[in-house]
Design a protein around this ligand. Structure first.
Ligand code: HEM
Length: 159
């Protein structure tokens, strides 16, 4: 069998043998090229902690979000039972207040940090990156504060 004929249907181990010093594997370009203005390194470990936060918050969110969906939509009557009285009953308990608060904060911070990464990767102009992130941070702070306020000031006797 000739060397060429291994390409089609080759296993990963056989593919590795395709590349060597004279025939290197293709390079995947970074979304944006480094320029002279790009800092060589950052002074803090912010991005490392951000990376770790995405993984840890993701794990906690699986429990919070799947638990939330199961309770709201599947168990005990399904979606038809959701209404003002249902919300009032749930938020009478500190356990569900903390559950919903954690879900709000983690989903918002996780989603915002994820979008920050996407903006940093794909918005080319400095100005575009800056304003997209300002919009993102404003929407995030607004939603987190409003949601937190609603969870703790909800009044079951409002009507
Ligand atoms: C339910 C459980 C969830 C898990 C396990 C999870 C897990 C992850 C992980 C590990 C990453 C990092 C990926 C990377 O760095 O390449 C990520 C990115 C991201 N997540 Fe989540 N996530 C969850 C829920 C959510 C929610 C609720 C939102 C929105 C509010 C969200 C929005 C995002 C965004 C925008 C990114 C960035 C995508 C990118 O970098 O391409 N995720 N998620």
């Amino acid at each position: 069998m000739s060397a060429e004929s291994t390409t089609a249907g080759a296993t990963a181990a056989e593919n590795v043998a395709l590349y060597d010093a004279d025939n290197p594997a293709p390079v995947i370009e970074a979304p944006r090229k480094r320029t002279r203005k790009t800092p060589r390194s950052t002074r803090t470990n912010f991005e490392l902690y951000g990376w770790l936060f995405m993984r840890l918050s993701g794990i906690v969110l699986v429990v919070l979000v799947l638990g939330h969906l199961l309770i709201q939509l599947v168990l005990d009557g399904g979606v038809s039972k959701i209404g003002f009285a249902f919300v009032a009953g749930r938020w009478a308990s500190p356990f569900w207040q903390v559950w919903d608060l954690l879900m709000l904060w983690l989903a918002m911070l996780h989603g915002a940090n994820g979008l920050r990464t996407v903006i940093n990767d794909y918005a080319q102009r400095d100005n575009t990156r800056f304003w997209l992130k300002m919009l993102l941070y404003t929407a995030t702070v607004f939603t987190v504060l409003l949601g937190t306020l609603v969870i703790f000031t909800f009044d079951p006797n409002i009507r």
